[in-house]
Design a binder for this molecule. Structure first.
Ligand code: E4P
Length: 216
């Protein structure tokens, strides 16, 4: 399973990248706004900075919601760097635009996916990635990780090439479950990645080793 970081914060991207386990980055308009990035030039420069930092796929989301706007915006985003993947919402015009991008050699990440049916449509349109939002499914009282298993099962049976990018990760256990259930990629906040490091027995064991090392 590949690891992406789900942020537009350059310091966090750098920290995750320095761990040596980072395969890519996902952003969305909320994450970009959180970093105070405004205006087309600053947005483009921010994506360039991320692409220079991480050697992997970088998702950049369109804001348009109608076909022509999505296509025009996506073409501009894709022109920033070869590693840019255009993130397109799961709406009717979004599916049409994903098919257009597929036919024109531009890779896409279909975002805001909450059902297996939506994932099938994204795969049929040729999306490189489909992003089921498991944390938001949990928030609404359902079991988000079940969606990952269901989509993985369907994609396996149908032979779809679209990669399952588990998104809206809230904790380290989500990452473990996604790995178990066959997600191809997990995009995670830095805290959830670092949370995988933690185990109290590791801390206790290391303290004892260091204490005993003083006797050597
Ligand atoms: C990533 O592609 C998604 O936009 C992101 O994981 C959504 O996460 P959230 O539900 O925590 O906002």
């Amino acid at each position: 399973m590949k690891f992406f970081i789900d942020t537009a914060n350059l310091a966090q991207i750098k920290e995750a990248n320095e761990l040596g386990i980072l395969d890519g980055v996902t952003t969305n308009p909320s994450l970009m706004a959180k970093e105070g990035i405004r205006g087309e030039e600053n947005i483009v420069n921010h994506y360039k900075a991320i692409c220079e930092m991480v050697d992997g796929d970088i998702s950049a989301e369109v804001i348009s919601t109608e076909f022509n706007g999505i296509v025009e915006e996506g073409k501009k985003l894709a022109a920033i760097h070869p590693n840019i993947v255009v993130k397109v919402p799961m709406i009717k015009d979004g599916v049409k635009a994903i098919k257009w991008f597929t036919d024109n050699g531009i890779r896409t990440n279909c975002t805001l996916v909450f059902s297996a049916g939506q994932a099938i449509l994204a795969a049929k349109a040729g999306a490189a990635y489909v992003s089921p939002f498991i944390g938001r499914v949990d928030d609404s009282g359902w079991e988000g990780t079940e969606l990952i298993g269901q989509i993985a099962n369907i994609f396996g049976i149908q032979g779809y090439k679209t990669e399952i990018l588990a998104a809206s990760i809230r904790n380290p256990n989500h990452i473990i479950k996604c790995a178990e259930l066959g997600a191809d990629v997990c995009t995670c906040p830095l805290d959830s990645i670092l949370g995988l490091l933690k185990h109290p027995l590791t801390d206790i064991g290391l303290a004892k080793f260091l204490e005993d090392a003083k006797k050597l």
